[in-house]
Ligand binder design. Structure first.
Ligand code: ITT
Length: 185
């Protein structure tokens, strides 16, 4: 089954590919990208998927993903604004949590797939952890150097891409979506 992931973030394509064996996953570059004006991850994932649906080959499934990191001490911020709330999100999050005792953070990923005839499926995943005091590690992307998953001592960037393909919010969302896709096939 061929899936076109509508994203400008190549890490998302690599991670989805690693998490989903048995699916052929290609990047579908978003040109004329619609603004992510939704109030939720689901809304924004849908905006990306629907945009791709308009432009992608008619026989392929299209997929949109929206994700973010939520800090408990910040009332869930930056959340859906994670890609846009600061020029350097990692530095901004470390600064915002500098005097907070509550270091809990969680990643959320929402995937929306749209079939050739317009049927919509979704998958959601979450990864909980705490914020490190400084960045560590070199794999992954975004906030990975400062997220230590529950039960681990290393950051996601230290645990690495193979670990992410099994445990990340995106991998969990992808596997939930894959269950529906296999039934829809
Ligand atoms: P597209 O919209 O083009 O798919 P994007 O990177 O802008 O790519 P989002 O709008 O979904 O994606 O923003 C998600 C942001 O949340 C992302 O840029 C990171 O800052 C953060 N994030 C999400 N998943 C992450 C992960 O697995 N590791 C590190 N940071 C992550």
């Amino acid at each position: 089954m061929r899936l076109l992931l509508a994203t400008g973030n190549p890490h998302k394509v690599d991670e989805l590919r690693a998490a989903l064996s048995g699916f052929e996953i290609h990047a579908f570059g978003l040109t004329d990208t619609p603004p992510e004006t939704g109030a939720t991850y689901l809304d924004n994932a849908r905006i990306k998927a629907r945009h791709a649906r308009k432009h992608a080959p008619v026989d392929a499934w299209v997929v949109g993903e929206d994700s973010g990191i939520e800090a408990a001490a910040l009332g869930g911020r930056p959340g859906i604004e994670s890609a846009r709330w600061a020029e350097d999100g990692v530095a901004a999050l470390l600064a915002a949590l500098a005097h907070e005792a509550d270091r809990r953070v969680r990643y959320v990923s929402e995937l929306v797939a749209i079939s050739p005839n317009g049927a919509e499926l979704r998958g959601t995943g979450m990864l909980e952890g705490v914020a490190a005091n400084e960045p560590r590690g070199s794999e992954g992307f975004g906030y990975d150097p400062i997220v230590i998953p529950l039960g681990e001592t290393r950051t996601v960037a230290e645990l690495g891409d193979v670990w992410k393909s099994e445990h990340s919010h995106r991998a969990l969302a992808a596997r939930a979506l894959a269950d529906y896709l296999r039934r829809a096939r």
